[in-house]
Design a protein around this ligand. Structure first.
Ligand SMILES: NC(=O)c1ccc[n+]([C@@H]2O[C@H](COP(=O)([O-])OP(=O)(O)OC[C@H]3O[C@@H](n4cnc5c(N)ncnc54)[C@H](O)[C@@H]3O)[C@@H](O)[C@H]2O)c1
Length: 321
């Protein structure tokens, strides 16, 4: 059975993108928000991200016939680049405008929002108390059939399963920022997740143009961050201990592996505040003279100057030119 009615709880950066992606793919989407103030904050995000999605879609027309096109096209917006035409992209854009206009609803009343939902995607702030509060409030309002998914980046579904009233229908579906281009969806259950529900979630991820990446067990950081965080930490340690400058470290990585970006370019994209927060969670962050402590100081100095990465125009590199 197709999962058609989607509720997104939380209209922040990721929640908005997830809701738009689902609507783009023809799902009926309701954002459940907690207040009029939340609506005022979410509405402009819906407008901004839907405009960016349409812009990236139409920009892709210029890549039709270009051999680089297959590497650069927005993979969440165009399912297959093989044989794509400018006319087909125009048709996708027309359908997207229609879907954004007709398939997106905002609801403050939780009971109304949840009624009949096939899937609820929780994408609220990374605050365990807020998540527990909302799961507890939802528990008796959800339909029997509803699958409850969390987009939490750092917390495990087993932490919350007991609060949901439906542990067997609860698991993580973890998206990446700029979902319409970086269309990965890590699917991670906890030990009590029903395998059939897990498989339905994998199918749902595919229906919303994501590439489902299946984890067989719980893993803090999922697959990507389990690799990325140690990699970025190793690069920062080389810089903080004075082994090499950031450009040389990036160049080494790129030349040796053929990767399009090195760790410091990636850090600029992730944002230095996020990198700082991750670093400060390590046990030796406050130990004067430790490598972690030195990394923290280096990042803090840049953050205090406003050099927080691509979004600020400057990070390790200058993007203002
Ligand atoms: N930002 C990313 O790059 C990224 C990537 C993947 C996953 N995530 C995950 O997605 C989730 C949301 O992250 P985000 O970056 O969109 O955060 P955000 O700060 O942009 O948005 C959080 C949203 O949660 C809402 N919220 C907070 N407390 C609430 C409550 N008690 N009731 C109802 N709504 C509440 C806020 O109003 C806001 O709309 C987090 O779990 C995060 O780990 C984020």
């Amino acid at each position: 059975m197709e999962l058609k009615k989607v509720v997104v709880a939380g209209g922040g950066v990721l929640g908005t993108q997830i809701g738009l992606m689902c609507a783009y793919c023809g799902k009926d989407v309701t954002f459940w928000l907690r207040s009029e103030g939340s609506i005022a904050r979410t509405q402009p995000k819906i407008e901004r991200y839907s405009a960016l999605m349409l812009q990236d879609l139409l920009t892709a027309k210029a890549m039709v016939g270009n051999p680089m096109g297959k590497f650069l096209y927005p993979k969440g917006l165009i399912r297959s680049w093989d044989g794509i035409t400018a006319e087909a992209i125009d048709a996708l854009a027309e359908q997207a405008k229609k879907n954004f206009a007709e398939k997106i609803h905002i609801e403050l009343d939780m009971a109304k929002a949840l009624k009949g939902a096939d899937v609820v995607i929780e994408s609220m702030s990374e605050d365990p108390k807020a998540k527990i509060g909302v799961y507890t409030a939802m528990k008796d309002l959800l339909d029997e059939k509803t699958i409850l998914l969390t987009n939490s980046s750092t917390m495990l579904p087993s932490t919350f399963a007991a609060y949901t009233g439906r542990p067997e229908k609860y698991l993580a579906l973890h998206f990446a920022n700029t979902i319409w281009k970086n269309n990965t969806a890590e699917v991670m259950g906890h030990s009590g997740t029903d395998p059939e529900i897990y498989n339905e979630t994998v199918k749902f991820a595919d229906e919303i143009n994501m590439i489902p990446l299946q984890l067989h067990k719980e893993q803090p950081g999922y697959i990507l961050n389990s690799m990325l965080v140690p990699f970025l930490s190793a690069a920062q340690a080389l810089l903080a201990t004075g082994v090499a400058d950031h450009e040389t470290i990036d160049k080494t990585w790129q030349l040796a592996t053929g990767a399009p970006a090195g760790p410091f370019k990636i850090l600029d994209i992730v944002g230095l505040e996020t990198a700082y927060n991750i670093n400060q969670m390590k046990p030796d962050a406050q130990v004067e003279g430790s490598v972690t402590n030195r990394i923290g100081k280096l990042l803090k100095e840049k953050i205090d100057k406003g050099e927080t990465g691509v979004n600020a125009g400057v990070g390790f590199y200058d993007y203002r030119k």
